[in-house]
Design a protein around this ligand. Structure first.
Ligand SMILES: [Zn+2]
Length: 412
């Protein structure tokens, strides 16, 4: 059993109660590492004592008690004193006894820095920077003695500091998605703190048509910043809208990242503030999400099914029959788009699932296109200077210029 290795380890390395206990952290749940280390040392002394009683004093037994005494085990120091041997403890091989006696001091300092942030928070996360030398010594012992029951000093430190800070401030420690984060460098005692952003999932619609080329992108960002007393806000959208396009129907998914929020509000209280029809971009369906939602919203664009309505003008007259023939041609059709990227050419493959075309009047035509979220719609209609294959213009054999683009639905 690995606990048998404790005496072997102490013969070679003097370890304080914390550092010895930590090697056996998986044994005896409910004990702190300090209690665990102390218990092991008590047990080892009792074992040597028993041996001395039954077999008499031996150099080996005295040396084992000496090793315990060196590690700072008071009962062993007293035991040797009764044998007229004076031993005083030496600094712990791993931590040098200069880490765990400062937990209270560091916790108070951390609590103070969090208080002085001047923002609302309900949970915090705590990390620590530990000198590489300490980590290396700890690793040496676990590899040398092949110990699998240990935990790292950082973990013990973070937990012990976390418990203390939590009780000083009366807030919860949270490993995942905390409101604030703090890191202490235990070499210098420097504390850095960070207010974590808030992430709001929403769907947006752009209901106004662009007038005189002016882009319709006035988002209620100022509202968000104001409501949260934040430093700023960033919008992450799931894909980009073609310029000048309206976004109708159920809207496009987006995540609003609120930077350094001063307040942590209930989403129910924020929603009415953000649903302001006087802005060009209308938001609805709010919920708090994790930071990973940004990556998800961006990565999933390929999986979106978007329905576009495109009003276009053809160079020549087209018949309704020709327009209707597009439906069969483009049913579940793969479209390849080529993008010049410096000297390299990138290919993007998208699916067109369904397409309806009709003549409105003269050369004015309208398309309903249901396609994969990553299709470059404008290029698909006009052929993108020969870089989209197949395109509507290419199939019809005439030039077609999109006039208005609307997104009617986004299925995500
Ligand atoms: Zn130690």
């Amino acid at each position: 059993m690995s606990i048998e290795k404790a005496m072997e380890i102490l013969r070679k390395y003097p370890l304080c109660d914390h550092c010895l206990g930590r090697l056996f952290a998986r044994l005896g749940t409910g004990l702190s590492n300090e209690e665990r280390g102390r218990s092991i040392k008590n047990y080892l002394l009792m074992r040597v004592h028993e041996k001395i009683i039954s077999e008499g004093l031996s150099d080996e037994s005295v040396n084992d008690v000496r090793a315990l005494a060196l590690s700072g085990h008071e009962p062993s120091i007293k035991f040797l004193r009764n044998l007229s041997i004076e031993i005083s403890s030496v600094p712990c091989y791993v931590c040098g006894n200069s880490i765990f006696n400062r937990l209270d001091e560091w916790s108070r300092n951390i609590a103070e820095s969090l208080r002085s942030l001047g923002v609302e928070y309900r949970s915090f996360r705590l990390g620590s920077r530990v000198p590489i030398d300490v980590l290396r010594k700890e690793l040496n012992i676990t590899t040398e003695f092949n110990i699998s029951s240990s935990e790292s000093i950082k973990r013990e430190l973070n937990r012990e500091l976390g418990k203390r800070v939590s009780s000083i401030l009366g807030i919860q420690f949270s490993r995942e998605e905390p409101d604030v984060e703090t890191i202490i460098d235990i070499t210098t005692g420097t504390i850095t703190t960070q207010v974590m952003p808030i992430y709001i999932f929403t769907r947006y619609r752009k209901v106004h048509r662009v007038v005189n080329g002016k882009e319709n992108t006035r988002w209620p960002i100022d509202r968000v910043v104001q409501a949260y007393s934040a430093q700023g806000a960033i919008i992450h959208t799931g894909g980009d809208d073609p310029s000048g396009a309206r976004v109708l129907g159920n809207g496009r998914p987006a995540v609003i990242q609120v930077i350094r929020p001063g307040k942590r509000l209930d989403i129910k209280d924020v929603s009415p503030l953000l649903m302001d029809p006087s802005y060009d971009v209308l938001l609805e369906e709010f919920s708090y999400v994790k930071s990973s939602a940004i990556t998800r919203v961006r990565a999933r664009v390929r999986d979106y099914v978007i329905t576009y309505r495109v009003l276009a003008i053809a160079d020549d007259h087209v018949t309704n029959e020709t327009m209707m023939s597009l439906h069969d041609y483009f049913r579940n059709r793969q479209v390849v788009q080529r993008f010049k990227h410096g000297h390299r050419v990138r290919r993007r493959v998208s699916m067109v699932y369904e397409l309806y075309g009709r003549v409105i009047r003269g050369r004015l035509v309208e398309f309903l296109i249901k396609c994969q979220g990553n299709l470059y719609i404008r290029g698909f209609v006009h052929g993108g200077f020969g870089d989209v294959e197949p395109s509507i213009a290419g199939v019809l054999g005439i030039g077609i210029r999109p006039l208005e683009i609307d997104i009617l639905n986004v299925t995500d």
